[in-house]
Design a protein around this ligand. Sequence first.
Ligand code: AMP
Length: 128
Amino acid sequence: MPIDATRPYDHDNVFAKILRGEIPNKTVYEDDYALAFHDINPQAPTHILVIPKGAYVSWDDFTANAPDGDVVGFIRAVGHVAREAGLVAPGYRLLANAGLDAHQEVPHLHVHIFAGRPLGPMLAHPHE
Ligand code: AMP
């Protein structure tokens, strides 16, 4: 079910549980600002999720309310993960679903990193 990105943060969401170590994950990278791990249901040969350590529902919540240091740290972490995975030369795609129309399912900000094959057009059905 897609979530409404304007709702308050739910501390029981699956990524909050991953950050607390209550649910296992395949960690790719971790620092003070971000955790990166493999998506449980990969949509491309490489499908990594990068999440901020702080409690932010969505890209909107994060960019409106996070301190500058958290924003910089998180964005640098996304770049670092892609670079360290060797994705710069072949290329990669970032995606952050925010709210209902984007079909955001987990109410903790996450950036998807897709790579490993030509990824096609930006949207599956651009004219629908
Ligand atoms: P979104 O639709 O942008 O909210 O994407 C949520 C993503 O989280 C999906 O790609 C799911 O496969 C992924 N996901 C959900 N639960 C887990 C989990 N426990 N570990 C890793 N990825 C997960």
